[in-house]
Design a protein around this ligand. Sequence first.
Ligand SMILES: [Zn+2]
Length: 389
Amino acid sequence: MVFSETLTKYLNENDWERSICPVCNRGYWSKTYNKKENCQQVECVPEGEYFFSKILKKKPRYQPIDKVNEEFIDYFKKLGYTETTPREIYRGKDTLLTICGLQRWDDVFEGKAPVTSVRYVFNQPSIRLQDLEKVRKTGRHLTSFNMLSIQQFDANWKRYVDVLDDLLSYLSDAPKIPVQELTIVEDTWEGGAYGGSCLEFMFGGMEIGTIVYVNRPLECVDVGLGLERISWLLNKSESIFDVVGPISDSEFKDYGIMDTYRTLTLMIGQGMKPGKKGVGSIIRSFIKDNFYDLRRSDLDRLVEFYYDQWSKFIELYVPKNDVVKIIRSELNRELNSRKFHLISKLKNEKENGSILSRVNLPYDKNSIFLHENGIFSIDDAREEYSKRF
Ligand SMILES: [Zn+2]
């Protein structure tokens, strides 16, 4: 990775000292008066897990995500940054969903819009479906989240340092995160044709954001902070879902259900529809993968909650009731396809004779077979079986 002397000088002048992490060998910076023994990312700390609630001395401060968002935008507007709107979750040309704030500027990167040195601030709702398993297991990851974003084109290292300085002031002034507990970890950042050098902010094992010096295809300063993570950190609670809400569901640790509905509401509210191909198939398989969870939950209530929440951050083009209808009809489609599959399986067994081996009381045993998969109620299973066999 390439970092400039301007940056090193700035960090040194502000009491940051460079070390090499004994675990991952990456360079990192911590305050000279509160030196950290490793880079503090979760893989490198002896705790092996997030421990931010232990190092945050203050009492938990519940800061709703919309409040943290507002504070972030206002803070940077006061410093002369220009507020702008986020981009859509999906732009209709391929299967790529919006995963970060930098994509807001595709037209600049593609040479279709002029490069300016205006500094922009906004919140970019984003989706990353690859964390699905972690969401279910830990309650610490989200497949959809808000990325607090800053970008400045026409960048140089002086401008990068200016943004970094604003960012550190923001962290200590607004959410009041003790900066002396932070480590700033050096890394490189790659994403297709894009690349650059990057600093990551770690706090108690958790990465709360990054500031990238993008050096190709254009020079740009790119900041992304996790809104939900900042709110969670202040809240000091067990799960990130405690700040995402609804709190009643979080208490029951229904993270998979909460996350799935939240992400579906954003996708469908923004106009994406389930289907066979392209981006529609992403929604379809997302529903399929979470089918049992979704079936046993309160669709109307959760969609309403997340619809209102997302509406604070991005425009939803599809009315709330239609979002509910689309999800419900997709769940029914999936239910019917599973019923069909089970009945065909039973028919096959009957044809090849193996159904008889299922014992003396095939009627009940086979109804139970239909019921066991959670697709048919026991009564429906009996009815279905007597009707068909
Ligand atoms: Zn490390």
